[in-house]
Design a protein around this ligand. Structure first.
Ligand SMILES: [Zn+2]
Length: 63
């Protein structure tokens, strides 16, 4: 089980994938959507849109 390195929320696969896609492909610690959005200074909805976008283009990080 993988937790957010900031708030310790249990992460879902999409959160790990978007973190890898946006921040660091080799990352071994991740942020949840909320903390990632805060660190990028965007709305959480923007993160959801990016997840949908990368999934729609067939990014292999998103299963
Ligand atoms: Zn978090």
């Amino acid at each position: 089980m993988t937790c957010c390195k900031n708030c310790e929320k249990i992460l879902v696969l999409d959160e790990i994938a978007i973190y890898r896609r946006l921040i660091c492909r080799e990352a071994e610690e991740y942020l949840c959507k909320n903390c990632l959005a805060a660190s990028l200074k965007v709305e959480v909805g923007e993160i959801d849109k990016k997840i949908e976008h990368f999934r729609s283009i067939g990014c292999t990080l998103f299963v």
